[in-house]
Design a protein around this ligand. Structure first.
Ligand SMILES: C[S@@+](CC[C@H](N)C(=O)[O-])C[C@H]1O[C@@H](n2cnc3c(N)ncnc32)[C@H](O)[C@@H]1O
Length: 198
């Protein structure tokens, strides 16, 4: 087996083990495909202002993380948050130069370094939005709005054919980006931005 194949095997086994321990928290049995990771990283970096950073929520084994770095985002401009301690160890080993925060995204505003608040241009979310309780979902989305740069956006994947976030409720506009058909299962990507007051 080549090193890349070994790495993918190790990653997939780690992911499946964590899914078996906590299926609702994981929301998926295997990591996202490269096609979905590339779609999300292209969208995240398109037009990202130089003084803004990217925040990734629910990084898992780091599929989106790797794609963002491969697409040219410098490690100092990426902060990763994940709740599962086993996946945190995996991520720290895989990306030793990154800021990786262990915690629940519902407490994002307390966990994020203070100097990053308001500098987050894009939030890339792999969180299983539809498996979160309504209380946690509300806290996560409110915190996202609190840390985002005024013109910033949240990119959220979902396996649902519909938006997994009721944008209106949070004063956001939603835009459908597209579907990664080769993902298992196929995944849709949406962008959410704060509504501009008239
Ligand atoms: C569907 S997996 C996505 C993993 C990775 N982004 C990918 O696409 O392969 C969801 C991830 O969100 C994490 N997660 C779930 N709830 C969370 C929360 N409240 N705060 C932070 N991470 C959470 C899970 O532990 C899991 O790693």
């Amino acid at each position: 087996m080549t090193n890349t194949k070994k790495e993918i095997f190790r990653e997939t086994v780690t992911f499946i083990k964590q899914w078996a321990r906590n299926p609702f928290q994981m929301g998926s049995i295997i990591p996202s495909s490269r096609a979905l990771a590339n779609l999300i990283s292209r969208c995240a970096l398109d037009g990202l202002s130089d003084d803004c950073i990217v925040l990734e929520l629910g990084s898992g084994t780091g599929r989106f993380t790797k794609s963002l770095l491969d697409a040219g985002l410098s490690p100092e401009r990426l902060i990763v948050m994940e709740v599962d301690p086993t996946l945190i160890s995996f991520l720290k080993h895989r990306f030793p130069n990154l800021t990786i925060i262990q915690g629940n995204a519902a407490f994002l505003t307390d966990l994020l370094p203070k100097e990053s608040i308001g500098r987050v241009g894009v939030i890339v979310s792999g969180l299983p939005m539809l498996s979160l309780s309504s209380v946690v979902q509300e806290k996560v989305l409110q915190s996202c709005l609190d840390v985002l740069y005024p013109g910033g956006s949240l990119l959220q994947m979902t396996y649902s054919p519909f938006s997994s976030i009721s944008a209106e409720r949070y004063g956001m506009c939603k835009t459908y980006i597209g579907c990664a058909w080769s993902n298992i299962p196929p995944a849709n990507l949406w962008r959410y931005t704060r509504k501009v007051e008239e």
